[in-house]
Design a protein around this ligand. Structure first.
Ligand code: GDP
Ligand code: MG
Length: 163
């Protein structure tokens, strides 16, 4: 079995964009698990010569619990359980939100290795959010722009190192 890398975080931080960027042209879509999060996607990807299974989590809007943090947990729990590494993505333009903080706190208790990814960090606009993100207690953030590709090669190297 390939190591499993799960991309988690609140809606709209750029998880799917990062998934597509990491999977690149080698993307080999695997059928969604029936009855599970509708738009979860899975792909095999090669990161710095390392074959991995990537999982993009989503579908939070449909889950039952009333708070965003609760929906994030519900939507991500089964994926995180399978993970060898979790990429916890935040939006460096929006800054660290209460939902990010709650989810990070839950994630720390899952006992999985986590790599904090500050997305939308193109240009210089995002410096203060990147500094704030140290307070999530998930280690050093890796700044990337999934949309523009900035920092993605370094992120791939960091992921490969952690597996
Ligand atoms: P998800 O809900 O976490 O899967 O987020 P999406 O991947 O669907 O992206 C949400 C929005 O953020 C979309 O409009 C993307 O185009 C935008 N986005 C994703 N990555 C970046 C980035 O690196 N920089 C900027 N500025 N926008 C981004
Ligand atoms: Mg998505």
């Amino acid at each position: 079995m390939l190591p499993v890398v799960v991309i988690a975080g609140r809606p709209n931080v750029g998880k799917s964009t990062l998934f597509n960027r990491l999977a690149g042209r080698r993307i080999a879509l695997v059928a969604d698990t029936p009855g599970v999060t509708r738009d979860r996607k899975q792909a095999e990807a090669k990161l710095r010569g390392r074959d991995v299974t990537l999982i993009d989590t989503a579908g939070l809007e449909e889950a039952a619990p009333e708070t965003l943090a609760g929906r994030m947990r519900a939507g991500s729990a089964s994926a995180v359980e399978q993970a060898d590494l979790v990429l916890f993505v935040i939006d460096a333009r929006a800054g660290v939100t209460p939902a990010d903080a709650h989810f990070a706190q839950w994630l720390r208790r899952q006992g999985k290795p986590v790599l904090l990814v500050a997305n939308k960090a193109e240009g210089r606009v995002a410096n203060s959010a990147i500094l704030d993100s140290y307070a999530l207690g998930l280690g050093d953030p890796v700044g990337v722009s999934a949309e523009h590709g900035e920092g993605v090669a370094d992120l791939m190297a960091e992921i490969a190192d952690r597996l």
